[in-house]
Ligand binder design. Structure first.
Ligand code: SPQ
Length: 425
C-alpha cells in the first residue's frame, strides 16, 4: 500500500464498533438465555473469530450487515466442538474464552495464528490453575495451542502482576462457574467493559478501586447492545486531524469510557484542539462526538496509571510525538512487547526509517520530535495497529510511504483506508 502526503483532512466520519465490546457481546450473549441483539458490531477478523468459536460450540449466531443475533443457551448450554477452536490473531478471544472453557464438562484444543502462538498465556494459565483449571500448553512454551480440560473450579482472590483486562476478564469469566466468589486486583485499572456488560446481562459484579469481584452461577439474560465506535480506531483520525495542517474532522459516536480515554488526555496535554461534544451514556458506555482541529503539538511524558487506558494507542501517539516539538517520553509500557508484534521495537524501527530521532527503552520509548519525516518502505509485521499508525505518519512525510501487508487492518478496521481517503481533500 502506497500512501502520500495530504494537504488537509476534512469531513465527518463514524468509526466501526468497539472491538473489546463486540467480542464481549458475542461471548456473554452466548452464555445468556434468549436472544442478544447487537448493532454497530465490529465486522473485523478478530470478532469474527469469536463468533466462529461459539458457533462451533453449538450457539446459533446470525450475522447480517445490520445486526448480530446471538441465540444464547445459558451458562451451561455450550457443547463440545467437533474441531479445534481457532482464535485467529485475537488475544482477546484466546484469553477470555479460556476462562469459560476451563469450567465446561468437555475438553477443547484452542489455537490461533503464528502471532497468537507466540503471545504469553502463562498470565492466564497461572490464575486459572489456582482455581483448579487443567490447561496444558501443547508445545510446553506457555503459549497456544492450549489443551483445556473442563473441570470444577473454586473461587479465588488473584493479585494480578499486570494491569490487563484480558487476564481480569478470563478470571472473572471462570468465576461465573466457580464455587464461591472470585476477585481480581490489578496494579492499575484496565478497561472495565467486562464488569459493565456482565452486570447488564444479570451477573453480580462489584468494583472497588482496582479490584473486581464476581459471584457465581447467575442467570444471564439476552440483551440489546448498541456498540459505540472504537476509540482505538478513532485514535488514527484524532492523530491525523491534529498533525495535518488546515484539518477539521468530526468523529461521531466514539466510546470514551474513562478506562479507555487516555489518548484524549494525552492529546489535550500535547496542545491538541479537541472538543468533546454531545456526551451521553449509550448501552452503559460513555459516548461522545469528537471535533478535531489541526494543532501545533508539543512533547509530554506518559507513564503510570494512564498507560492501560491508552495501551493500544501508543503506536499512533508515538507518531504524533514525532511531529510534535520537543521530547516525548513513554514509560511503564513493557506490555507493548507482547502484543500482535513487539510494538516498542517496530514503532522505533519504522519511525527511525522515516528520519525520526527515537530511542526504544525497556518499557517504552523516547522521541525527540519536530524534525520533518520522509516517506519510507515500512513493514507492518502483520500488526493492524502498526499499519494504521504509519498510514497516519505518511500523511505529513515527504515523498511516498510503502506499507507492507497493509491489509492486516482487517483485524480491527476493514474499511480504514477507504475512510481515510474520504477525508483527504
Ligand atoms: O485482542 P488482542 O489481539 O490482544 O488486541 C489488542 C489490540 O491492539 O487490538 C492488543 F494487542 O487489544 C487488547 C488490549 O491491548 C484488547 C483488550 C481487551 O479487549 O480486553 C485488552 C488489552 O489487552 P490487555 O492484555 O492489556 O488486557
Amino acid at each position: 500500500m502506497i500512501l502520500q502526503r495530504a494537504n488537509k483532512l476534512q469531513g465527518e466520519i463514524t468509526v466501526p464498533g468497539d472491538k473489546s465490546i463486540s467480542h464481549r457481546a458475542v461471548m456473554f450473549g452466548s452464555l445468556a438465555k434468549g436472544t442478544t441483539r447487537v448493532t454497530h458490531f465490529l465486522q473485523g477478523a478478530d470478532c469474527l473469530s469469536t463468533i466462529s468459536c461459539f458457533q462451533k460450540m453449538g450457539i446459533e449466531i446470525e450475522n447480517t450487515p445490520e445486526e448480530i443475533l446471538i441465540h444464547g443457551k445459558g451458562l451451561y448450554g455450550l457443547s463440545a466442538p467437533a474441531q479445534v477452536l481457532d482464535a485467529g490473531n485475537s488475544g482477546t478471544t484466546t484469553r477470555l474464552i479460556s476462562g469459560i472453557l476451563a469450567a465446561q464438562n468437555f475438553n477443547v484444543t484452542l489455537t490461533g495464528d503464528a502471532s497468537i502462538c507466540k503471545r504469553p498465556m502463562k498470565r492466564i494459565i497461572t490464575p486459572l490453575s489456582m482455581m483448579g483449571a487443567k490447561i496444558t500448553s501443547k508445545n510446553g512454551n506457555d503459549c497456544a495451542p492450549l489443551l483445556i480440560e473442563g473441570t470444577a473450579l473454586n473461587g479465588i482472590h488473584y493479585d494480578s502482576p499486570v494491569a490487563s483486562a484480558q487476564v481480569k476478564s478470563s478470571v472473572l469469566l471462570a468465576g461465573l462457574y466457580a464455587e464461591g466468589a472470585t476477585s481480581v486486583t490489578e496494579p492499575f485499572l484496565s478497561r472495565n467493559h467486562t464488569e459493565l456488560m456482565l452486570s447488564a446481562f444479570g451477573a453480580t459484579v462489584t468494583s472497588e478501586d482496582t479490584t473486581a469481584t464476581i459471584l457465581p452461577h447467575p442467570d444471564l439474560h439476552g440483551l440489546e447492545i448498541n456498540v459505540p465506535g472504537d476509540i482505538s480506531s478513532a485514535a488514527y483520525f484524532i492523530a491525523a486531524g491534529l498533525i495535518v495542517p488546515n484539518s477539521e474532522i468530526l468523529i461521531k459516536n466514539v466510546g470514551i469510557n474513562p478506562t479507555r480515554d487516555g489518548i484524549l488526555k494525552v492529546a489535550l496535554e500535547m496542545g491538541g484542539n479537541i472538543e468533546i461534544l454531545n456526551k451521553r451514556i449509550d448501552g452503559g458506555e460513555l459516548t461522545a462526538d469528537l471535533l478535531i482541529k489541526s494543532s501545533s503539538l508539543h512533547g509530554t511524558t506518559i507513564e503510570g496509571e494512564i498507560i492501560p487506558t491508552l495501551i493500544d494507542e501508543i503506536p499512533v501517539i508515538a507518531v504524533m510525538a514525532a511531529y510534535a516539538d520537543g521530547t516525548t517520553t513513554i514509560k511503564d509500557a513493557a506490555e507493548l512487547k507482547v502484543k500482535e508484534s513487539d510494538r516498542i521495537a517496530i514503532v522505533s524501527e519504522n519511525l527511525a526509517k522515516m528520519g525520526c530521532d527515537i530511542t526504544p527503552t525497556d518499557d517504552g520509548m523516547i522521541i525527540k520530535g519536530g524534525k520533518p519525516l520522509r516517506g519510507a518502505a515500512l513493514d507492518s509485521y502483520l500488526d493492524h495497529r502498526i499499519a494504521m499508525s504509519f498510514a497516519v505518519a505518511a500523511l505529513l512525510a515527504d515523498g511516498e510511504t510503502d506499507i507492507k501487508d497493509a491489509e492486516c487492518v482487517n483485524i480491527s478496521y476493514p474499511t480504514f483506508y477507504r475512510d481515510l481517503e474520504s477525508l483527504i481533500s
